[in-house]
Design a protein around this ligand. Structure first.
Ligand code: ATR
Length: 282
């Protein structure tokens, strides 16, 4: 039986530097209230040089936290300093979710899960795609390619401004994944039925590369990890061309689910109310 004192006094954190813009406290705060759990989820700003000491206090129980999220710039250090890193976080090379168990820190990365779970909810059957084009080759791209590959999509094409970075990423995955420069974008789109933007393009009003949406098959799904603004220029164009589109907010919400369950003992549900709450804060 679970110790009720522990269940009801659980505390979790999100650690980053800087940390001002994290929406995680709103998400976890909403669930804590919705389920009547008297826990807490707090924001902690930690400079990189202090992060190892923070991890030591988490491990020995001094900080009182059950676990938490880590964000920029601590994701790689968290994977390095944790006592056990699961396969997905090891492959991504970064952790975003930590929890304490028997005096050890366990780590995972829930970005791949969040990406796939969101599409499962919003576009079931998305993983029947045969050809995925992934724009970008950074940390988010790596997690998403992992998710797409794990669902059995056999032709994944990375397109990136810096082609060497795309190649480096493609090499980690073997034959399934190929690398291309921006100049090849139009030809790479041939046959694409899943298009994913993992770059910040579209966030600050930068022009989005021209895409011939009318050449996509009508069942294609187009998704963006950007969620500010919610309807990016890219999604608007794809929608106008009659394609199915999925915005980036769902991934943010879904990636929070496994952490909440670990720390507070209840698998939370993503309701329209929660979405509205976060949308109002964007
Ligand atoms: P994250 O961890 O969020 O994925 P990142 O590792 O900094 O962030 O990766 C950002 C991605 O967006 C990269 O693919 C980057 O391209 P480069 O590898 O060439 O830097 C891409 N990106 C960012 N700004 C861009 C821009 N103005 N035009 C094209 N690509 C851009």
């Amino acid at each position: 039986m679970t110790d009720s004192r522990e269940t009801f006094s659980a505390q979790a954190f999100v650690a980053g530097y800087p940390i001002k813009h994290s929406r995680s406290p709103l998400i976890h705060g909403y669930w804590l209230k919705a389920y009547g759990i008297a826990g807490a989820y707090e924001t902690v700003e930690i400079k990189p040089e202090n992060f190892p000491a923070f991890m030591a206090q988490l491990r020995n129980g001094e900080s009182g936290y059950r676990g938490g999220n880590v964000t920029i710039p601590h994701k790689e250090a968290a994977a390095h300093l944790a006592d056990h890193v699961d396969e997905i976080a090891r492959e991504i090379g970064a952790a975003n979710t930590l929890w304490r168990e028997d005096g050890r820190i366990l780590a995972t990365n829930t970005d791949s899960y969040g990406f796939a779970a969101n599409l499962d909810q919003q576009q079931p059957g998305w993983d029947r795609a045969s050809t995925a084009v992934v724009l970008g080759a950074g940390g988010a791209s790596r997690a998403i390619i992992q998710a797409v590959r794990d669902r059995g999509i056999k032709d994944i094409r990375i397109v990136n401004r810096t082609v060497e970075r795309a190649q480096e990423l493609a090499d980690r995955f073997g034959e399934t994944v190929s690398a291309h420069g921006m100049a090849a974008l139009q030809e790479v789109l041939e046959g694409c039925d899943l298009f994913i933007n993992t770059t910040s393009l579209g966030m600050k009003g930068e022009p989005f590369p021209a895409i011939a949406w009318d050449r996509f098959p009508s069942h294609a799904v187009v998704t963006d990890i950007v969620y500010v603004p919610l309807r990016t220029e890219m999604l608007r164009q794809a929608e106008q061309a009659g394609l199915a589109t999925v915005d980036g907010l769902g991934m943010l919400l879904h990636q929070a689910v496994p952490g909440f369950e670990k720390w507070f003992g209840r698998r939370p549900v993503i309701t329209p109310d929660l979405r509205q709450l976060i949308e109002a804060d964007l």
